[in-house]
Design a protein around this ligand. Sequence first.
Ligand SMILES: Cc1cc2nc3c(=O)[nH]c(=O)nc-3n(C[C@H](O)[C@H](O)[C@H](O)COP(=O)(O)OP(=O)(O)OC[C@H]3O[C@@H](n4cnc5c(N)ncnc54)[C@H](O)[C@@H]3O)c2cc1C
Length: 247
Amino acid sequence: MARAAVSGRLTWRVGRLAETRAETATARTLVFDVPGWPGHLAGQHVDVRLTAEDGYSAQRSYSLAAPADGDRVELTVQLVPDGEVSSYLTEGLSLGDPVEIRGPIGGWFVWRPAETTPVVLVAGGSGIVPLMAMIRARRQAGSRTPFRLVHSVRTPADRYYAAELRRPDPGLDVTHIYTRAAPDGRPRPPGRLTVADLNSGGWPAEFMPDCFVCGPTGFVETAADILLSLGHDARRIKTERFGPSGG
Ligand SMILES: Cc1cc2nc3c(=O)[nH]c(=O)nc-3n(C[C@H](O)[C@H](O)[C@H](O)COP(=O)(O)OP(=O)(O)OC[C@H]3O[C@@H](n4cnc5c(N)ncnc54)[C@H](O)[C@@H]3O)c2cc1C
């Protein structure tokens, strides 16, 4: 793995859809069998290329949703309205269908299970995907590194991996914040991420946590600004931007 990731010599491989499951009404996890897959680290992503019969092709990036597991590559794709690639991946692909996959890509936005520094994970919408790979890598390794996740979603129905994140996982705290509709009885009114959310849902800056922020561009910029205003060290704030605004 290390060799492929460091050398940058990435080749396109053909993956076939082996398994699929709905995460929300508009987000779907896709598990591909990719013979010869070199392995990856939590936080890395891949390029996916689709090619039509007339030769037209389109390529997009998708984060790896789970730690390395042989030839398996797991992605979670959010359907973007009128989105060329996300609509095909979430609605047009059948079991056994091929797509081209290239990776793993990225060596900065990664978490390794040997790390013991407390971690703050801040996600907007589908930005949870690479952070979930970190949560799963921690659990798989039996790590007790303290993790706190703050996930911003529109409504309770938009929570990804809801059942898995509800299961007890010592040392992992999960906070959902809702921008449009909150569950009944929740004192926080629906609204965008605030200083108070990261103050209560994250770790204090004095703990010097590693912070991973991922989501639509505007969300990432807001969250990173809040972390800085709370005194977090800029060198410990790692960001990954998924796209234009995300709404
Ligand atoms: C490093 C990286 C990792 C990513 N990981 C994931 C992931 O794990 N899961 C995932 O679902 N997406 C992920 N994305 C976003 C993904 O690459 C695509 O941008 C997204 O699927 C939309 O592609 P599309 O072809 O469907 O839309 P397009 O046809 O390219 O765009 C359709 C419309 O949607 C807008 N749009 C494009 N991208 C986005 C976006 N991300 N959010 C909101 N609006 C958008 C466009 O401006 C346009 O108006 C990642 C992006 C990057 C850069």
